[in-house]
Write a protein that binds this ligand. Structure first.
Ligand code: COA
Length: 142
């Protein structure tokens, strides 16, 4: 398994959209293709690949020179709980650190909070609802 960046509007990006829709949107009755995808041109896309097949993804929005927000983290069904999420997020963090990013934030689905805690993130503030389900804000200093 290899982590590499994905360029916007490529066949790899289209694989990313399919994975995100299948794992993060369709189960909630939502459609990724109805979202503001052109805004994603400016965001950093990380893919976890098994050869040419995308099996995991994460996106970083650069909020300032030192601060980024992680979103849309997912590992394909059947490959979860094997350390791949850790591999993917650690590689994304390493890349962001090299770009000068010093702290990260994200909105974690409640059932994923334990995963991010294992990776060193801390919850901040109260539970809130996003895409119709409960989340917590989390942060990490790089
Ligand atoms: C959440 C997700 C990205 C984690 O990826 P993963 O490959 O399954 O996680 P890993 O196997 O790398 O787990 C790393 C560590 O976190 C733990 N962990 C993983 N998922 C967890 C969870 N939901 N709750 C608590 N701990 C969890 C693992 O036990 C492991 O701990 P260890 O190192 O002590 O053994 C993945 O399960 C997923 O895509 N889920 C569905 C989509 C989703 O909810 N995305 C998050 C949106 S905020």
């Amino acid at each position: 398994m290899q982590v590499r960046t994905i360029q916007y509007d490529t066949s790899e990006y289209r694989q990313e959209l399919e994975l995100r829709n299948r794992l993060l949107r369709v189960p909630l009755g939502l459609d990724i293709y109805a979202e503001d995808l052109p805004a994603e041109r400016e965001q950093l896309h990380y893919g976890l690949f098994d050869g040419e097949l995308l099996v995991g993804c994460a996106i970083a929005i650069l909020k300032s020179d030192q601060h980024a927000k992680i979103r849309q983290m997912a590992v394909d069904t059947g490959l979860q709980a094997q350390g791949l999420g850790r591999q993917l997020l650690t590689a994304a963090e390493d890349d962001l650190r090299q770009r000068g990013i010093q702290w990260l934030e994200l909105a974690a689905r409640i059932e994923a909070v334990g995963f991010y805690e294992k990776l060193g993130y801390q919850t901040v503030g109260d539970e809130f609802v996003e895409v119709g389900i409960p989340h917590r804000h989390m942060e990490k200093a790089l």
